[in-house]
Design a protein around this ligand. Structure first.
Ligand code: AHR
Length: 503
């Protein structure tokens, strides 16, 4: 059995774990909003039509900030369609997903849903088909208390208090040729800078996210960040990163190492942002909002899901409804480890997405809601990762991958909360056939005792939770954990994700 060693010392910190790293993302896409979170005829629906079973699962997931309403959707969205009397809201074509948007759920309804799930709103403005005036209008509508045309309009629409939205995305994936209003880095950088300045003139307290690359594999990656940040550095707080991973061509070994790619992505964007900072002689630091990340079988979307036809614009079609396996959940858990390993610079992140659409939560119209395999690493990490992320020393064997070269068999991160005295350790074993015995030096943690252990693994790494068998996969306590003389040992099964809580 391969062995690995890890040393934890709470004195060596990477940075504070920001709650916003456990954000989510709700896009008007497929059955996410309609027939997902909102289904008026459902037995659990409340007076506003929101499913109470979904609300409970979202709360259990532990999502902090939720990015809304897109995604590609936002680049053709007219926000004013989605407010005011419902029976007067227009039905519109959503060109991004070739669907019909009924606008039945808009800013007011979504904000009310956020109150139910205890999450913070993060809004994206449309810089695809629109620009500065519409971004300012939305900001005025959302954040000015009263006394102006738009703020009074909000009050007339039933919301007395301002929404007080802090986090704003300056468009979405503007580097992508698929994006409505896609621009060059130069053109987008200028527009984003002007929009940001104007928005801050209206509300200086907003926190702004400028679009980085929609993947580290875009041909413009790196140069896009440099040019966009050169225009916007002093105007924004974050640059975005987006990344999706899938198992391609049966290459599970590379897929299991996806977090290596995420590590490199983050480190490259940090280096580029710091380069711009140096060139400009700036005092401030721009951090990362990793506001779309997940496992996504994108090839399936291109091959199977795509909707076409001038007379075919369905409402809430089944789109991007990936069903996640154990292996997907292990990769997913590892992506969360990567985010935490960069806690000093990744200070906001959004799991894309939340319900039905590449989601940890699935629903059936009129039927149940259930947890996908990916639900568990998110809910457990969000609950246990507190305080500071720690710099670890890890000595693990490596294995060869076609995509990323030689990579460690084990990946790990730990957090320590000085207030509660609790330490959490998150681990993956990427081996497909061998368990790993991991020894952890916990002598600096005093009399550490095991409070919780959770391991997600299965003899069948393709096992999934489905409507027919919604509880097929769940994490189990890891009974192999022993602590003796300042040393913890744990066995990590092949293709597994593990969380330990010590106190
Ligand atoms: O999350 C699905 C889509 O992925 C989003 O709409 C877009 O921003 C990205 O390409």
């Amino acid at each position: 059995m391969p062995t690995a060693r890890l040393t934890i010392d709470p004195h060596f910190t990477i940075g504070r774990v920001h709650r916003r790293v456990f954000g989510g993302f709700v896009e008007h896409l497929g059955r996410h909003v309609y027939d997902g979170i909102h289904e008026p005829g459902h037995p659990t629906a409340d007076a506003e039509g929101f499913r109470a079973d979904v609300v409970e699962l979202v709360k259990e997931l532990g999502v902090s900030t939720i990015r809304y309403p897109g995604g590609n959707f936002v680049s053709g969205f007219r926000w004013e369609d989605s407010v005011g009397p419902r029976d007067q809201r227009p039905r519109r074509l959503d060109l991004a997903w070739h669907s019909t948007e009924t606008n039945e759920v808009g800013l007011h309804e979504f904000s009310s849903w956020l109150d139910k799930v205890d999450s913070e709103l993060m809004l994206a403005v449309n810089l695809g088909t629109r620009g500065i005036p519409e971004a300012l209008d939305l900001l005025e509508y959302a954040n000015i208390p009263s006394g102006t045309a738009l703020s009074e309009g909000r009050i007339a629409n039933g919301r007395t208090d301002a929404f007080g939205v802090k986090m704003w995305c300056l468009g979405n994936e503007m580097d992508g040729p698929w994006q409505l209003g896609h621009r060059s880095a130069e053109d987008y950088g200028k527009l984003a800078s002007q929009t940001a300045k104007a928005m801050r003139q209206l509300d200086p307290s907003v926190e702004l996210v400028v679009c980085g690359s929609s993947s580290a594999h875009m041909p413009t990656f790196g140069e896009w960040e440099r040019v966009v940040l050169t225009h916007t550095y002093e105007d924004v707080d974050y640059i975005s990163c987006h990344a999706y991973y899938e198992e391609k061509g049966g290459d599970l070994a590379s897929f299991l190492a996806s977090a290596v790619d995420m590590d490199r992505f983050i480190e490259t964007v940090v280096a580029t942002a710091d380069h711009v900072k140096a060139v400009l002689g700036s005092e401030k630091t721009v951090n990362i909002s990793f506001d779309e990340w997940n496992v996504w079988y994108l090839t399936r979307f291109h091959d199977v899901d795509r909707i076409e036809g001038i007379d075919n614009w369905p409402v809430a079609p089944r789109l991007l409804e990936d069903v996640y396996s154990v292996a997907d959940a292990v990769v997913f858990g590892n992506l969360m480890i990567s985010l935490l390993k960069h806690a000093d610079r990744v200070t906001s992140a959004s799991l894309a997405q939340l319900v039905n659409v590449i989601a940890p939560i699935m629903t059936e119209p009129g039927g149940p809601a259930w947890r996908q395999t990916t639900f568990f690493p998110f809910s457990i990490t969000s609950r246990l990762a507190q305080g500071e992320a720690l710099e670890l020393k890890l000595d693990a064997p490596t294995y060869a991958t076609a995509e990323y070269g030689e990579v460690p068999l084990v990946d790990a991160v730990a957090t320590h909360d000085a207030e509660s005295g609790r330490t959490a350790v998150f681990l993956v074993n990427r081996s497909q056939d061998e368990a790993v015995t991991l020894t952890v030096d916990v002598s600096t943690l005093g009399d550490a005792a095991l409070l919780e252990s959770h391991t997600l693994s299965d003899d069948d790494v393709s096992a999934r939770n489905t409507l027919a068998d919604p509880e097929r996969v769940a994490p189990r306590p890891n009974d192999s954990v022993r602590i003796e003389d300042g040393e913890l040992t744990v066995t990590l099964p092949p293709v597994s994700w593990t969380a330990l809580s010590l106190g």
